[in-house]
Design a protein around this ligand. Structure first.
Ligand SMILES: NC(=O)c1ccc[n+]([C@@H]2O[C@H](COP(=O)([O-])OP(=O)(O)OC[C@H]3O[C@@H](n4cnc5c(N)ncnc54)[C@H](OP(=O)(O)O)[C@@H]3O)[C@@H](O)[C@H]2O)c1
Length: 247
């Protein structure tokens, strides 16, 4: 094991939720540094466009992390020379039907949020992390949220999902100590992305109104900068939690 930062030209990264927002911005930033990026999400057409625009070799992977079989078989579905993943960005997530009182929530939406943000993220980690452990080299960055440590009314399902992300990430980090695999949780406050529109079935007008209620928001690129900062540290440094909010 060397003390070199893992973020180097030729390293392989898997970014979930790369078709929009933070995931897309991270994929762009990683590729600019010469990283070979596997861009994963459900909307393959978007991923193919992204991959064609990236400056270094990249791969589009159709992946619904809420589909257990799909998440479990990520490595098997990659070409052999893309299977040694050095960097995993656990970013895919949503808040389907959210920002509503809990008694008005549809049960299927509640389950879908947990299925993606928690179960899908954990299954993806389980599919990718063991080969990192075996090689003694890897960095997993999970996109949590300030809602992983703060509770909010009418936001209980998403908050529960991000509390789970926080507990999982912190526990797993302890477990991986000394293995050469680092684990970071980047916890943003409000980010202006497609997140609010996805929450309300693609209703962009409602999403814009929601974002306009706040004085300021982060951009996906702001979060990507923070992610790259955590990846740029030498191997003996593990940034555990990184909280960023709009100033
Ligand atoms: N926006 C915020 O204010 C904010 C704040 C803190 C944390 N976060 C977190 O940041 C992450 C990214 O959010 P964002 O703001 O960038 O939202 P976004 O613009 O809506 O992007 C979400 C991404 O996740 C993907 N995705 C959703 N469900 C998926 C699934 N089941 N399988 C695979 N991919 C899936 C979407 O792609 P497809 O639809 O193509 O699958 C999309 O690429 C999420 O984990 C979110 O909880 C967001």
């Amino acid at each position: 094991m060397t003390d070199k930062a893992i973020l180097s030209a030729g390293a392989v990264a898997l970014v979930t939720g790369a078709s929009a927002g933070i995931g897309r911005a991270v994929a762009v930033a990683l590729s600019a540094r010469g990283v070979r990026v596997i861009c994963a999400a459900r909307r393959l057409d978007r991923l193919e466009t992204l991959v064609s625009e990236l400056p270094h070799p990249a791969l589009a992977l159709e992946l619904d992390i809420a589909d257990g079989a799909a998440a479990d078989s990520i490595l098997a579905r990659l070409p052999e020379d893309w299977r040694q993943i050095d960097i995993l960005i656990n970013n895919a997530g949503h808040d389907l039907g959210g920002r509503q009182p809990y008694h008005e929530r549809a049960a299927d939406d509640v389950a879908a949020v947990i299925q993606t943000n928690v179960t899908g993220m954990m299954r993806t980690t389980l599919a990718v992390m063991p080969q990192m452990r075996e090689r003694g080299r890897g960095h997993i960055v999970t996109i949590g949220s300030v809602n992983g440590v703060e509770w909010v009314a009418n936001h209980s399902v998403y908050v529960a999902s991000k509390f789970a992300v926080h507990g999982f990430t912190n526990s797993l980090r302890l477990e991986l100590r000394g293995t050469g695999v680092r684990l970071t949780e980047v916890m943003p406050g409000l980010v202006r992305s497609e997140f609010a529109a996805a929450r309300w079935g693609g209703d962009e007008a409602r999403a814009e109104k929601f974002y306009d209620r706040f004085d300021a928001a982060l951009s996906p690129e702001d979060v990507a900068d923070a992610v790259l900062y955590t990846l740029d540290t030498p191997a003996h440094v593990n940034i555990c939690d990184l909280v960023l909010r709009p100033a």
